[in-house]
Design a binder for this molecule. Structure first.
Ligand code: DSN
Length: 438
């Protein structure tokens, strides 16, 4: 293990420790009241509502401290021990610790902690493993995939030949026979799995077998479920995939950023693709914050937290189904559910309308296309709900039963503004007991 570097090794006069510095929040409020007001309003919004956006969370306070640290001042292009700048001895320590902890957490052979985001992580993998024009097989965006999985306006769709698979119309789950058949027909260089709106598990042994039969590499984008994977409450992609990418800020509760895990044989190509391939200077404050998050994710309390996320998703799904709202695929195995609004039999009730009505009641979620949706992405027939953020605040099944009741009543009558106001009052009262981590 890397040993922490003592600050006593820094030469020069002693200066007050970080904890003895003036409160930067106070300085900000005095010197830039406009930006302070925007931040403070957002903090109030995050506190006084219920966050059900499946990709959002409240970071650990220690993560926030590292992300707001002086490491943001440092340029460190390159990798630990091989930088293009002097003075990198302390940021090297932070990056080495982040790598060691990522490897320990996920049991991977190699980790690159520098991607600024999940989309950057994916772009780097494509650059490392593909040539322009190569074929990649990935999940359709409107069946739950992601923009960086070959959407035509994304760089992935611009540079590579993405072919997409969809879900089985009956089960609304992955159709492994279809994936196999398409892989054998298309002979892709890469089979990509992972999604931003898929409530079910992935069968990694089967996907590995399909990739081997088709002679291609296998990649998982586990951004949504990384926390569940870390807690061993979701099938583990790492033993089966050549490359696994993730964000660090969703179920994982770290800072906003990306991470690539891969087999040793791809390590050099991946590192070169991240830097200097698609990025310049790494965000060392964010890398330190990732290290803090990876440490916290190894603790028993984190596993209990992830289990509660799952229990809460079941409670929410059950509550909604009892009140006439159908979950796509009949339920959920993970932290999110997709609610189909079509059974309400009202053309005026769309994802967009329900998202706005819930926002008015301080319940925040996003409109989302459901598989085989007849409406467009800016309207949609569904909403996506996730439990990670409210679970971080300590809410349990009882609270999610109540939340399900509020969502159902508003979805049945999204024009009823008096109802939205009364729910907002109840939400405000309930959240007082669950302050976000400060
Ligand atoms: N935008 C994220 C989500 O909401 O799922 C994925 O990048």
């Amino acid at each position: 293990m890397t040993q922490p570097v003592s600050t006593s090794k820094v030469t020069g006069p002693t200066i007050p420790a970080w904890t003895e510095q003036p409160d930067p929040r106070q300085l900000l409020s005095e010197r830039d009241p406009e930006i302070y007001a925007a931040i403070e309003s957002e903090r109030q919004r995050q506190t006084n509502g219920i966050e059900l956006i499946a990709s959002e969370n409240y970071v650990f306070p220690e993560v926030l401290a590292a992300a707001g640290s002086v490491l943001t001042n440092k340029y460190a292009e390159g990798y630990p021990g091989r930088r293009y700048y002097g003075g990198c001895q302390y940021v090297d320590v932070a990056e080495k610790i982040a790598i060691e902890r990522a490897l320990a957490l996920f049991g991977a052979e190699h980790a690159n902690v520098q991607p600024h985001s999940g989309a950057q992580a994916n772009a780097a993998v494509y650059m490392a493993l593909l040539a322009p024009g190569d074929t990649v097989l990935a999940m359709k965006l409107d069946h739950g995939g992601h923009l960086s999985h070959g959407f035509h306006l994304n760089s992935s769709g611009h540079y590579y030949n993405f072919v997409h698979y969809g879900l089985d119309p009956e089960t609304e789950q992955l159709d492994y026979d279809l994936i196999r058949q398409t892989a054998l027909e298309q002979r892709p260089r890469l089979l990509l799995v992972g999604a931003s709106a898929y409530p079910r598990h992935f069968d990694f042994p089967l996907l590995r077998a399909i990739a081997d039969e088709a002679g291609c590499l296998l990649m998982m984008d586990m951004a949504h479920v990384a926390g569940l994977v870390a807690a061993k409450l979701h099938p583990d992609p790492v033993p089966y995939c050549d490359v696994v990418t993730t964000t660090t800020h969703k179920t994982l509760r770290g800072p906003r950023g990306g991470l690539i895990l891969c087999r040793k044989e791809h390590a050099r190509a991946i590192d070169r693709a991240v830097f200097p391939g698609i990025q310049g200077g790494p965000l060392m404050h964010v890398i330190a914050a990732k290290a803090v998050g990876f440490k916290l994710a190894q603790q028993a309390a984190f596993r209990r937290y992830q289990q509660q996320i799952l229990d809460n998703a079941q409670a929410l799904s059950d509550s909604l189904q009892r009140q006439g709202l159908r979950s796509v695929s009949g339920g959920t195995d993970n932290h999110l559910l997709l609610v189909d609004l079509n059974p309400l039999n009202n053309e005026a009730i769309t994802g967009k309308v329900v998202e706005t009505a819930l926002d008015n009641a301080s319940i925040h979620c996003n409109k989302n296309m459901i598989p085989f949706d007849k409406r467009k992405a800016m309207v949609t027939s569904g909403i996506r709900l996730g439990t990670p953020a409210a679970t971080t605040r300590g809410m349990k099944q009882g609270e999610f039963e109540r939340i399900g009741g509020w969502i159902a009543s508003i979805a049945h009558d999204p024009k009823d503004s008096a109802l939205q106001e009364s729910v907002r009052d109840e939400v405000l009262e309930m959240v007082q007991a669950f302050p976000p981590p400060a």
